[in-house]
Design a protein around this ligand. Structure first.
Ligand code: NAD
Ligand code: 2HG
Length: 534
């Protein structure tokens, strides 16, 4: 049973795939004190939050059972990603679920700002009939500067075009071609400052975007500009904005997100020219259902099949790539596990070759799986695909990856080489649809071996009676042989055999086998074959 705790309000309908799943137990506990949460979190496998819960380093460090932190939304600035990565915890979000909600909120804020709707509503509901004070401006033919042309920025630009605004877009990833297709102008931040009547920000909060809209930027804007922030508090310097509004450089602002939430800056929240909402960008029934659904389905997938779609601290794998590499995820890990047990030295060099169709795919997850298996042999079991690259780096190790379109006789072929000083070992695998995963080469010997739980690897001279001698010792010790795979380079030369056995081979028995004449090496290996490769 996997235990999931939800610590911020979330759509009940959206999390049905978790609450209805027999392998998951879901507890909803909102508003917990950080100390109480830290104590309780120790019992959970997954944590779901929105933006309120602060998932700090301290909280993460004490959560020894936690495998997944899920953000039901986009922004992950309330989660310490580095701390989660170090602890091997996958952080996921729901990147697209609230795009439309945040876009529509931005449009609502822009219109409300242009027409003074909140101020006029307040006036009328307090008994006044004042039509002069609330004369607004039109959006029609005005210039809108969009800072951050990602999902939300793009949708805002599309809708603003419907109002026949001229759009200037600024984003390091915005190409001329994409801008042209959207019918907008690719601009610099300086051009937006100089030309825009309305400016809306849609970037994440990063060290680079913190204070992006600051006193210097505001001083360069058109007098009477209107500014909207439905992205993240801190992208706009709140003090600088208040000053610019008070001295008339900025005609007004619409703010949904704050440096501190709830906001402490009353110069901002009680300013008659600044309209504010309490971080409502994502607060629609539809968006809340979508983000909850997205993270719930992904949590089920992570725990039941190991599949990850929206991880923040793992390489992104699209659904189509995931389908292609899936058969190799477990197989490549098993292959690396086996290689380490027959090599028995810490790898100083790791080299991975991908051949065939995998050449075209993003194989980052497969690389992580293999390196994780190699490192886990000597290091502790807390290594996983999330923290494996950090662990590798911390041990001063590196790896190399080559890709080759050559098929090597198989549609796909993965070869793993490890070395320590002058010693090195190689292994390779492929996946045969309908037959499953196969290890097809060990240290240069070709074979066709299905990974099994208990394996006995023997390196020997190709002399008559070798198979019989090993078989007799195992038989005398009541160890049944399931199957046998052999590979040799030349008649009478060096050869290997791998036996699948029904139970573990002890060190004493292995020593007995090592006593056989013309036998060079014998290693017993145990492979985790619990997960299916299909
Ligand atoms: N108010 C809310 O409730 C609410 C709801 C949803 C999203 N958001 C926030 O909205 C923001 C945008 O979300 P999104 O889904 O569009 O994200 P996104 O990742 O799709 O887009 C962000 C864009 O910002 C760009 N960017 C990054 N640094 C930049 C810089 N220095 N200058 C210009 N552009 C830069 C990126 O290239 C990217 O295209 C995020 O901060 C998110 O947390 C807020
Ligand atoms: O959960 C929320 O309501 C806020 C979500 C929003 O800020 C986001 O970044 O997705």
């Amino acid at each position: 049973m996997f235990k999931v705790i939800v610590t911020d309000p979330i759509s009940e309908t959206g999390i049905r795939s978790l609450t209805n799943h027999q392998e998951f137990e879901v507890s909803q506990k909102t508003g917990l004190d950080p100390d109480v949460l830290a104590e309780q979190l120790k019992d959970y496998d997954a944590l779901i939050v929105r933006s309120q819960t602060q998932v700090t380093r301290d909280l993460i460090q004490s959560a020894d059972r936690l495998k997944v932190i899920a953000r039901a939304g986009v922004g992950i600035d309330n989660i310490d990603i580095d701390a989660a990565t170090e602890k091997g915890i996958i952080v996921i979000n729901a990147p697209a679920g609230n795009t439309i909600a945040a876009t529509e909120h931005t449009m609502a804020m822009m219109l409300a700002l242009a027409r003074n709707i909140p101020q006029a509503y307040g006036s009328l509901t307090s008994g006044k009939w004042d039509r002069k004070r609330f004369k607004g401006v039109e959006l029609y033919q005005k210039t809108l500067g969009v800072v951050g042309m990602g999902r939300i920025g793009t949708e805002v630009a599309r809708r603003a075009k419907g109002f026949q605004m001229n759009i200037l877009g600024y984003d390091p990833f915005l190409t001329e071609d994409r801008a042209k297709k959207l019918g907008i102008i690719k601009a610099s931040l300086g051009e937006i400052a100089a030309q825009a009547d309305f400016i809306t920000v849609h970037t994440p909060l990063t060290p680079e975007t913190k204070g992006l809209i600051n006193a210097d930027f505001l001083a360069r804007t058109k007098e009477g500009v209107r500014i909207i922030n439905c992205a993240r508090g801190g992208i706009i310097d709140e003090q600088a904005l208040v000053r610019a509004v008070n001295d008339g450089q900025v005609a007004g602002a619409a703010i949904d997100v704050f440096e501190h939430e709830p906001p402490e800056n009353t110069g901002l929240t009680q300013n008659p020219r600044i309209i504010v909402t309490p971080h409502l960008g994502a607060s629609t029934a539809e968006a809340q259902e979508k983000v909850a659904e997205s993270v719930s389905e992904e949590i089920v997938a992570i725990f039941t099949s190991g599949s990850v779609q929206h991880a923040i601290n793992l390489p992104h794998v699209s659904a189509s790539v995931e389908r292609k590499i899936r058969p190799y995820l477990t197989l490549s890990e098993q292959m690396a596990e086996f290689l380490m047990q027959i090599f028995k030295k810490a790898p100083e060099k790791i080299n991975i070759n991908y051949y065939g169709e995998l050449f075209l795919e993003d194989t980052g997850m497969l690389t992580r799986q293999m390196i994780k298996a190699l490192l886990s042999y000597y290091l502790d079991s807390s290594i996983n695909i999330v923290n494996v690259m950090q662990v590798l780096k911390a041990h001063g190790l590196s790896y190399s990856v080559q890709k080759n379109a050559a098929h090597k006789g198989f549609t796909n072929f993965i070869e793993l080489e490890i070395a320590n000083g002058d010693d090195h070992a190689t292994i390779a695998c492929t996946y045969l649809p309908g037959f499953g995963g196969r290890i097809v080469s060990i240290n240069g010997y070709r074979l066709d071996m299905e990974p099994e739980k208990y394996l006995l690897y023997i390196d020997h001279q190709d002399v008559p009676g070798m198979i019989g001698s090993v078989g007799s010792i195992l038989g005398e010790n009541h160890i049944n042989i399931g199957s046998m795979y052999v590979g040799r380079q030349a008649v009478g030369g060096n050869a290997i055999m791998v036996l699948t056995v029904d139970r573990p081979v002890s060190d004493a028995l292995r020593d007995q086998i090592l006593g056989i004449r013309a036998l060079n090496d014998a290693q017993f290996a145990k492979i985790d074959i619990e997960q299916s490769a299909d």
